[in-house]
Design a protein around this ligand. Structure first.
Ligand code: TYD
Ligand code: MG
Length: 453
């Protein structure tokens, strides 16, 4: 029997230490060290790939195969690369299992072979229930309810499936480690061994990982380094739309996103997110402003709503959903000091419709205009879009990809756009939109309210 080694691992970042530490020297987390016992891995050296002359190495790029889910293919960089290991992270309930079951079914419709779906969390019949709901029934999808890594690797070896899904990495464990499933040591060991097997057998492997309360994949930064591609599946549980985002991709760009809607019968691809976000818009309400935000490389039209109402308690409340609250506070300060609006005795609520989160500064101008519109109770013309970054002295700065934003607005049927003057001057496209360039928030406010009269 190999000699047992004991060491301590930080559960937050994976840092190793031979003694217990109160605070991690790597990530600064307190009380995060857990003892792990590890037997030196016996299996790792038995099978390995042999070196090849560079001139003989084939490009596996050409062999990508489709999942038949366009949005997923795009985020992967144009389909699945054989032997690649893809980590899909997301909150519980966001739809990770659903997405991968649909992807597996799609892949097996387009290609020969069998898929191995390892369900370490749910029983075979639970997976069957989900499959029924999705209208998936195939003899080529093999469901394995198993938590032992060694058993899973054996099945991979024997079946040589077309692809493997591990649902989820936090619930499987290696018998060679004494620590519990879900600990950093286990997660890292299991992923590394799966990765190794996937490369040797050339089987693409999707690994599902849960996200902790803090928003990181549990045991995670370690994991992100190991795998080829890391995708995050995001969305509010109560909202139907979901965004699949690449945060790392050895085989493609991390700029792409996929947009889905969770329906009664599974995830549907959304080709036209702008229409979805504007679906139930009230054209006559004050405080509503439409903007084009860019997610990855895709312009999406969304509505920003503000509600400004008199404060009933001493302290005015400022609540923002979908735009960073700090950013909104900064913009409110600019509106007061530079724009001369009286907001000190008002509660301000801001919301991005549909549950989208916008992090880019191009949302500044729409935020400012929606607050002004609600304060004055004057609705903004419904067929105007606007975007622009606002500086601390009230100046409006240009944003990236202005032309793509304008094209999208034109496509959806908007008539005019209020944009940074600098963007207007650099514009090279012809558009049917009436383009109004503004250099500071005074001009923007004037434009928006004079268009009404
Ligand atoms: P699931 O894929 O189990 O999420 P995860 O694996 O990320 O934890 O799906 C979770 C939710 O999606 C669940 O609350 C039910 C809902 N759902 C639908 O709305 N429609 C469907 O067709 C399916 C399969 C699930
Ligand atoms: Mg699941």
């Amino acid at each position: 029997m190999a000699k047992k080694k004991t060491y301590f691992v930080c559960q937050s970042c994976g840092y190793n230490s031979i003694k217990w530490l109160g605070r991690c020297p790597e990530c600064g987390e307190w009380n995060s060290f857990v003892e792990e016992t590890r037997f030196p891995s016996l299996s790792t050296s038995t099978a390995s790939a042999s070196p090849l002359p560079l001139s003989d190495v084939s490009l596996s790029e050409g062999e990508r195969f489709t999942t038949t889910i366009g949005e997923l293919d795009r985020v992967l960089g144009g389909g699945v690369v054989p032997g690649s290991v893809v980590l899909i992270g997301g909150d519980p309930g966001v739809g990770k299992s659903t997405l991968l079951l649909q992807a597996m079914s799609g892949i097996l419709k387009a290609a020969e072979g069998e898929g191995l779906y390892v369900s370490a969390e749910e029983s075979q019949s639970q997976v069957k229930l989900r499959a029924q709901r999705l209208g998936i029934d195939s003899e080529h999808i093999l469901i394995l309810s198993e938590t032992s890594l060694e058993a899973i690797l054996n099945h991979m070896e024997n079946i040589k499936p077309r692809l493997v899904v591990i649902d989820s990495i936090q619930t499987i464990y290696s018998e060679e480690l004494a620590s519990a499933p879900g600990t950093v040591g286990q997660v890292r060991e299991c992923s590394a061994r799966l990765m190794q097997k996937a490369k040797i057998l050339n089987i693409p492997t999707f690994i599902i990982g849960h996200v902790t309360k803090e928003g990181a994949l549990a045991g995670p930064r370690v994991l992100e380094h190991i795998v080829d591609t890391v995708l995050y599946f995001e969305g509010e549980r109560t909202m139907s739309f979901r965004i699949l985002r690449a945060v790392k991709n050895r085989f493609g760009s991390t700029n792409e996103i996929g947009i889905f809607e969770m329906t009664d019968t599974g995830l549907m691809e959304i080709d036209n997110p702008s229409e979805m976000f504007l679906r139930e818009r009230d054209n006559t309400a004050s405080g509503s402003v439409v903007t084009t935000t860019v997610e990855g490389t895709r312009p999406i039209i969304v509505e920003i709503q503000a509600l400004v109402s008199p404060t009933t308690f001493g302290m005015p409340r400022r609540t923002s959903i979908g735009v960073d609250t700090q950013r909104v506070n900064l913009l409110i300060a600019v509106l007061e000091k530079i724009g001369g609006l009286q907001l000190g005795l008002s509660d301000i609520y801001l919301n991005v419709v549909g549950g989208l989160r916008i992090v880019e500064p191009a949302v500044d101008l729409p935020v400012i205009l929606s607050i002004a519109s609600s304060l004055r109770e004057v609705p903004v013309e419904h067929d105007i879009v606007t975007f622009g970054e606002v500086g601390l002295s009230g100046e409006i700065r240009p944003v990236s990809q202005a032309e793509a934003r304008l094209k999208e607005a034109e496509k959806i049927g908007f008539k005019a756009a209020i944009i940074p003057e600098a963007n207007r001057q650099r514009m090279k496209i012809n558009t049917s939109l009436k383009i109004i360039g503004v250099t500071n928030i005074h001009e923007a406010l004037e434009v928006i309210f004079s268009l009404k009269s």
